[in-house]
Design a protein around this ligand. Structure first.
Ligand SMILES: [Zn+2]
Length: 94
């Protein structure tokens, strides 16, 4: 019987996302939170790459790391393995 890995909801007719094995509502909230964090990481990374001031560069890389840990924690919360793309994204470039 299909069962959501996050909320534990199950049922013969429960729709489960194949990739995440989450029910649709868990999958939706994971996707929303993940998207926000991914955008913050991408922004901080882009800002770091165009900054000239070393202090700024360090500051923005810290942000990448901070949001990266949040994103990893989010994956753990939903019992998901972070993808390689994600690990590449949050890897600090210092
Ligand atoms: Zn669920």
């Amino acid at each position: 019987m299909p069962q959501s890995r996050k909320c534990g909801k199950k049922g013969h007719f429960l729709k489960i996302e194949v990739d995440t094995r989450l029910c649709l509502s868990c999958n939706e909230s994971f996707a929303q939170k993940g998207k926000i964090l991914t955008e913050k990481i991408t922004d901080a990374k882009n800002t770091a790459s165009v900054s000239k001031d070393p202090t700024d560069i360090i500051k923005f890389w810290r942000l990448v790391e901070d949001h990266g840990s949040e994103l990893l924690a989010l994956h753990q919360l939903y019992n998901l393995q972070p993808s390689h793309e994600l690990l590449d994204l949050i890897e600090a470039g210092l």
